[in-house]
Design a binder for this molecule. Structure first.
Ligand code: KG4
Ligand code: ZN
Length: 297
């Protein structure tokens, strides 16, 4: 609900910034620059953030730096590490399931993306179907750990064309059919019903396999020297364990789990990187709902 989201942003932005400054024991006067998300995203929410950031930057005489939301997700995984290039980045969140080739630092090329739902969206829809609330990822992650991932055979989608593309809508429909059939046997509590726990474990196993198989194959194809996995779904415990079991000949980098889901730190990190390159935005910076991630400089 875009209109509601914008209003919530208006309501939250002042107290959130105040609280962040308090927690960091710092003042606006001590900052070097203001980084803000330019896109992609809901235009109303972006507009609230941009307007507030511009006002702060103008009032305090600080440089303004517009950043790409996905660049933030990638930067969150690279704090304090120097990776080798070319690298591959998989970003799996509620709005995106994208693979980028990073030819050099700050140089991105879209390798593939979902053709329908994002991976996080599939988690959220399955959770909604079972009345498990929002966001669906963390609760399904927890419940899936109690089930057998091989109990239900969900098939991998047959996609023609780009092997780095994803599709999760078929899996979502398969889960819907499974739940409908289960309901015929009477009411059940999805948090304790053994059959549902098995189904959720199998659902999670299928999502993780899709993500890691396609990203792993793309990384091998381009001769990647590193794989970065970020976005809300990257905090999934099952996914992190599965990465540990894969025998890839390139290292894998994750953000700390709390910096995998959307956060301000990742935007500050992306802003810091641009600031170091001498990049600044003007006060005419505009929100871009569909901003592509491309070469920075
Ligand atoms: O990156 P993010 O915070 O926001 C977007 O940019 O979309 O990602 C949120 C998404 C939600 O769909 C949420 O269900 C999913 O990430 N998510 C997870 C987990 N934690 C959050 N998915 C799977 N396992 C998790 N542990
Ligand atoms: Zn995000």
């Amino acid at each position: 609900m875009p209109e509601l989201a914008s209003r919530e942003h208006v309501r939250a932005i002042v107290p959130v910034v105040r609280e962040a400054l308090e927690q960091a024991q710092t003042r606006l006067e001590d900052l070097t620059a203001i980084a803000v998300t330019q896109g992609p995203g809901l235009v109303g929410s972006l507009l609230v953030g941009l307007t507030y950031a511009k006002a702060l930057a103008y009032a305090k005489g600080l440089p303004l730096i517009g950043v790409h939301h996905l660049e933030g997700h990638i930067r969150a995984a690279l704090l304090g590490v120097d990776i080798a290039y070319p690298a591959l980045a998989l970003i799996a969140s509620g709005g995106h399931t994208h693979i980028f080739e990073c030819l050099a630092e700050g140089h991105y090329r879209l390798e593939g993306k979902t053709r329908d739902d994002a991976a996080g969206e599939a988690y959220d829809k399955v959770a909604k179907l079972l009345g498990l609330g929002y966001p669906g990822g963390p609760v399904i992650d927890r419940l899936a750990a109690q089930g057998n991932p091989r109990a239900v055979r969900f098939t991998s989608p047959k996609l023609k064309g780009n092997p780095s593309d994803f599709s999760f809508s078929g899996l979502k429909t398969a889960v819907l059919r499974w739940v409908e059939a289960r309901r015929l046997n009477g009411p059940f509590d999805p948090t304790t019903d053994p059959a549902t726990l098995d189904m959720l474990a199998s659902f999670q196993y299928t999502v993780i396999s899709e993500l890691l198989n396609r990203a792993g194959q793309a990384a091998t194809r381009i001769g990647a020297k590193a794989l970065v996995i970020s976005g809300g779904v990257a905090s999934n415990r099952g996914l992190r364990e599965e990465v540990g079991r894969r025998q890839w000949d390139f290292p894998v980098y994750f953000p700390e789990p709390r910096w995998s889901t959307d956060n301000g730190v990742m935007i500050a990190l992306a802003g810091h990187y641009r600031w170091q390159l001498g990049l600044r935005s003007g006060l005419d910076l505009k929100p871009q709902a569909n901003l592509p991630l491309a070469q920075i400089k």
